[in-house]
Ligand binder design. Structure first.
Ligand code: ZN
Length: 162
């Protein structure tokens, strides 16, 4: 069975940056997703198209095909007092409302005395993604999974009502 839209796909993968540092990996062959529903990064989804169980491949995604180039314009320095009494540290993340009204993930990238630099870039902006992928399983998605647009692992309910 080949990977096409509406199939449930299980993959093993490791994701490294250009220095070979591990960014992410699947655990115990448990990464499963619904193909063709933009549930994973588009470049990876496109590369998986028409692959089949047992296929292994390497994939390099340049930043423009992944999380975008790093945009220095969407960092800003604000006063420590903006956080009130909240304990903050570098690497902390929170959601703020973006210009389009959608939530944007903000990361505290630097704290220098009273100056706090916040960064609206995705954590992997500017990073070339080096995937190593193995297709573990391909199956038909259930009707319920298709109606929800995502996978219910092991037949469990996803815990939300649609
Ligand atoms: Zn669901």
């Amino acid at each position: 069975m080949n990977i096409t839209t509406d199939k449930a796909i299980t993959i093993n993968y490791t994701l490294k940056d250009d220095e070979g540092k591990l960014i992410d990996e699947s655990k115990d062959s448990s990464f499963i997703y619904l193909h063709g529903h933009s549930n994973i990064i588009p470049g990876l989804e496109a590369a998986l198209d028409n692959k089949t169980k047992g296929d292994k491949f390497e994939l390099v995604l340049e930043p423009k095909d992944a999380y975008g180039e790093y945009n220095a314009a969407i960092t800003q320095t604000i006063s420590r007092s903006a956080f009130g009494e909240e304990k903050i540290e570098v690497g902390m993340q929170f959601h703020a409302e973006g210009d389009d009204g959608n939530p944007v993930l903000i990361t505290i990238s630097e704290i220098n005395g009273d100056d706090v630099t916040i960064d609206g870039n995705p954590p992997l902006a500017g990073v070339t993604l080096n995937y190593s992928v193995e297709v573990i399983d391909v199956r038909d998605a259930t009707k319920e999974e298709l109606s929800h647009g995502h996978i219910h692992a092991q037949g469990e309910s996803c815990g939300h009502n649609h």
